[in-house]
Design a protein around this ligand. Sequence first.
Ligand SMILES: [Mg+2]
Length: 303
Amino acid sequence: MNEHEILKAIRAKQPVCRTPRIVLGIGDDAAIYRPRSGEDLVFTTDMMHEGRHFLPDYPPDAVGWKALARSLSDLAAMGARPQFALLSLALGPGVGAEWVEGVAQGFASLAARSHTVLAGGDLSRAGHSCLEVMACGSVPKGCALRRDGARPGDRIFVSGRLGGGQLGLERPDMPGARQRHLRPQPRLLLGELLRTRGLVSSMMDLSDGLSIDLERLLLASGVAARLSGRLPRYPGATEQQALHGGDDYELLFTVGPGRSVPHSLAGTRLTHIGDVASGSPGQITFRGDALRAQGWDHFRDAS
Ligand SMILES: [Mg+2]
C-alpha cells in the first residue's frame, strides 16, 4: 500500500461532509473552517500509542473508534458540539491495508454518529503505530464549561457507572466491560444539555480515573472534596476500579447550591458522589479518610 492508496482507503470510509462550515476539507494543504459569529471554538488533541493505549491484538476498528472518542470526550467535557477532526496516523512495522481500513472504519462510524467531519491529517511510518486526533468543537461565546469553577458547598456528580473501562482492560472475557474499554461512548449530548441547562459550575471528563481526574479539577478550582462513598459502580467492577480505573469517559461535574439535578439526563444516570469543601487544594477525603489519587499518570513513575 502506498500513501495515495492509504489516503484513498481512509477517505472512502468517511461519511460525506455536508456542513457549510467546512469550506475546504481533505485534499489541499490545509482545511478551511468558517466559524459562525457568536461562537467560541474549543480544541483538543489526544495521542494513542500502540503498547501504551492499545495492543496489537485490539480490533482495528476499535482503535479508530477510541482514538476519536477520547478527543470527543474532551469536547463533551467543555459542553461543546463537535465540528471537525484531524487524524495523524503513524503505521508501525507489519501494519498493512487491512489494519488501516479497520481503523478508518471505526473512526468513521463514530464520526458519522457525532457529526464530526474528518477535515485532514497526516501519514507516516514509525517504530510503532500511533494515532493522534485533534478535534474542534463549538460553543456559544463564553459558555464553555471549565474545570476551574468549583466552589465550596457545590455538590459533585458523575454520569453513568464507573470502573467498567478498567474492568474491560483486565477482563477481556467480560463482553460488556470489554466493549466499554474498546469502544467508549463520549457523553456529547449530556455535555451539551448540562451546558444549556446552566447547572454546572465546573466539569471535566473521566479518562484517567476518578481520583486523579477529580484531583485535577480540585487543583484547577483551588478547592478540596469529600466523597461520600456512594459510587455508581459498573456491574462487576470493584470499588478500586471505580475510584482509580481509567477509560470510563464519563463526565465529572459540580453544581452550585440550590440547583436541582435530574436523576438522569440524555438517558444517562447522574449520581451525587460528594461535595466540594474548602481546604488544601486537591485534597480528597473518602468516607472520612484521605484518598491518594492513583489513576493513570504517564509521568508519575518516570525519573
Ligand atoms: Mg479530558
